[in-house]
Design a protein around this ligand. Structure first.
Ligand SMILES: Nc1nc2c(ncn2[C@@H]2O[C@H](COP(=O)(O)OP(=O)(O)OP(=O)(O)O)[C@@H](O)[C@H]2O)c(=O)[nH]1
Length: 392
């Protein structure tokens, strides 16, 4: 699947920059165009792979290239005001060669959390191809303003995009990795998981064609219907068949089920699928109740077989209760077999419920504060009237 990626804010820009690097390393061919948008000049300068002409500085008139300082209303305002600057960069990319847009942003800061939903809305108005979001939730230890920004931005972003893929920094911190120190690792995890999914249907020069291809329409169908998505992943190292012929015996041309090696291959795939679905998801949730899913098995073709994928797909249907589980293989000459699972339209997500609660409480607080200040104002006026009375 070919994507036009737009990174909004610091986290968004860094992740898209990393996707370009991944694309280059793995010859995946998924990033057809990459743009970074930010209100902080230094963040744009720190990028390594996104071409200079695709780095768009917004809000100069207001914040002079210094960022919006986690003020997401200001982030949204500067995005609205300078949307033409972003559009100019988009005009220069061959959008007719692109299957979808992916707008990437950290939802805890100001620029990305405020600007990404504004851009998504703009893109949907102009283009007919899908517009997806990749939203990064902040660590819960980052402080109230980040949580509040994320709560607000999430609500708007999910509404503006065709599907919101979510990565929760917090779920990685909880296992002992610090968020601040670990962005490099976290970003690598993000591009690997989403890279395998989006790369599944792209066949580069000299690459093998899959036995059961996952083309871009299957990814689009899995994401259609909107809502929130999460991605599971598991991998296992294997030896590459470089000597020729040895591993081809593993599955055999007949692919017969009584062949022990074929059975091993099938078992390896089904256990990887379970690990991927029940292990750490990009956004932790209950997988039961997922509306649609897509399973991609990648690795050297001699380690992939249709039977294993079919079993994994069936198991996912049972676990999720979804009747729309798609699956396919993605042959790659890498020394690992990996299962990537896209769970789309997940509903039972404790982290999102907590975020929504925060947004509601903040709203109530705002109402209380407003009510309090109105009461104060009235009593002041009354006091004033009391004081004024004797004068008249
Ligand atoms: N996964 C990941 N998250 C990041 C990274 N950098 C920042 N974040 C997260 O993104 C949030 C902050 O968003 P940024 O992108 O830094 O902020 P911004 O959109 O540039 O907005 P301002 O700095 O307020 O102008 C934080 O809550 C972090 O959790 C990164 O490289 N990777």
């Amino acid at each position: 699947m070919k994507l036009a990626m737009i990174g909004f804010g610091q986290a968004g820009g860094k992740i898209v920059d990393r996707f370009l690097d991944y694309d280059d390393r793995t010859n995946s061919g998924i990033v057809r165009a990459a743009i970074a948008v930010n209100s902080a000049k230094a963040d744009l300068m720190g990028l390594e792979n996104i071409p200079q002409e695709n780095r768009v500085l917004i809000g100069q008139a207001r914040v002079k290239g210094h960022g919006v300082g986690a003020d997401n209303e200001l982030g949204a305002a500067v995005a609205e005001e300078d949307i033409d600057e972003v559009q100019n960069a988009i005009d220069a990319i061959p959008t007719h060669e692109v299957d979808a847009f992916l707008v990437v942003a950290g939802l805890g800061g100001g620029t990305g959390s405020g600007g990404a939903p504004v851009l998504a809305k703009h893109l949907k108005r102009i283009f007919t191809i899908p517009v997806y979001g990749l939203g990064v939730l902040p660590g819960t230890d980052e402080g109230g303003i980040y949580t509040l920004n994320a709560a607000r931005s999430f609500q708007t972003f999910v509404h503006e995009v065709d599907n919101l893929l979510v990565f929760d920094n917090d779920s990685w911190r909880q296992t002992g990795e610090s968020v601040e120190g670990g962005y490099d690792q976290i970003n690598e995890e993000i591009v690997r998981r989403f890279g395998i999914l989006f790369g599944a249907g792209e066949v580069g020069d000299g690459q093998e064609v899959a036995e059961s291809v996952v083309d871009s329409s299957e990814i689009i169908n899995t994401l259609s219907g909107g809502g929130v998505s999460t991605v599971g992943f598991a991998s296992e190292e294997v030896e590459l068949n470089t000597g020729g012929g040895l591993l081809s015996r593993f599955t055999g041309d007949d692919g017969g089920s009584d062949n022990l090696d074929a059975a091993n291959t099938t078992n390896r795939i089904t256990s990887l699928v379970r690990k991927a679905a029940l292990g750490r998801l990009t956004l932790p949730c209950e997988i039961e109740g997922t509306e649609r899913a897509l399973l991609v098995l990648s690795g050297p073709s001699e380690y992939l077989n249709r039977k294993g994928i079919e079993r994994g797909r069936k198991w996912l249907e049972e676990e999720t209760g979804s009747m729309e589980v798609r699956g396919g293989d993605f042959p790659r000459q890498e020394p690992e077999v990996a299962a990537a699972i896209l769970l789309s339209g997940v509903t039972n997500v404790p982290r999102i419920k907590r975020l929504q609660q925060v947004a509601i409480e903040a709203q109530e607080n705002i109402d209380d504060i407003q009510q309090e200040s109105e009461d104060n104002l009235e009593s002041l006026v009354e006091d004033d009237e009391d004081e004024l009375e004797p004068l008249f």
